[in-house]
Design a protein around this ligand. Structure first.
Ligand code: HEM
Length: 160
């Protein structure tokens, strides 16, 4: 229950803090809101598809500033090999969230808040999940976040 409140507020606080440090990013996000939503009404869920830059800012906050250092612990029910690592049955598996999101072998300038890195060249939608686990926002698979649809309005079937 706490995590459902803390996760979104943590991401928003960090995204705003990073934007204040780089006012160009804040300006671009504000301009996107002005053009998609305008100033005469509140944001609707249906706007989110078009708020790509704002979503990229949120995703960047998830990448650099995860709310907790590790994912929720899981126990391996069977012997398994994941990403080249053998995980014996009964092991407790902890993933380092900053270790993934700030991995310099995956992310260029990993400590720099750069929402553009999440924008697609073809202009397609920005999704807040990362099913390849290059970062851990909502995690993935059967034990991934059950609130992903609420948390991101993203089609859950694509994630699982
Ligand atoms: C920004 C918002 C949120 C983020 C980033 C987030 C992230 C996560 C992550 C990383 C996990 C652990 C997944 C794993 O262990 O592999 C999780 C689990 C979970 N989340 Fe979220 N969450 C968010 C919002 C919500 C909301 C709004 C709800 C419900 C209304 C929710 C319900 C749950 C539940 C029930 C689980 C446990 C799933 C399980 O263990 O099978 N989450 N979330």
């Amino acid at each position: 229950m706490l995590a459902t409140v803390d996760n979104p507020s943590n991401a928003i606080e960090w995204a705003l803090a990073e934007m204040i440090n780089q006012p160009g990013i804040l300006k671009r996000a504000s301009e996107e809101l002005d053009s998609v939503v305008g100033r005469d009404r509140l944001v609707q869920e249906s706007d989110l598809t078009y708020l790509k830059y704002v979503k990229a800012c949120a995703k960047e906050a998830f990448r650099i500033h995860p709310i907790a250092p590790f994912n929720v612990p899981h126990v391996s029910m069977e012997n398994a090999t994941v990403g080249g690592y053998f995980i014996p049955k009964g092991s407790q598996v902890l993933l380092s969230r900053p270790g993934l999101g700030r991995n310099p072998r995956i992310w260029e300038e990993p400590l720099k808040f750069k929402p553009e890195r999440h924008l697609k060249d073809d202009g397609s939608d920005v999704v807040l999940t990362d099913s390849n686990l290059r970062m851990l926002s909502f995690s993935a698979g059967r034990r991934g976040c059950a609130g992903v649809l609420l948390g991101s309005t993203y089609d859950y079937h694509v994630v699982s």
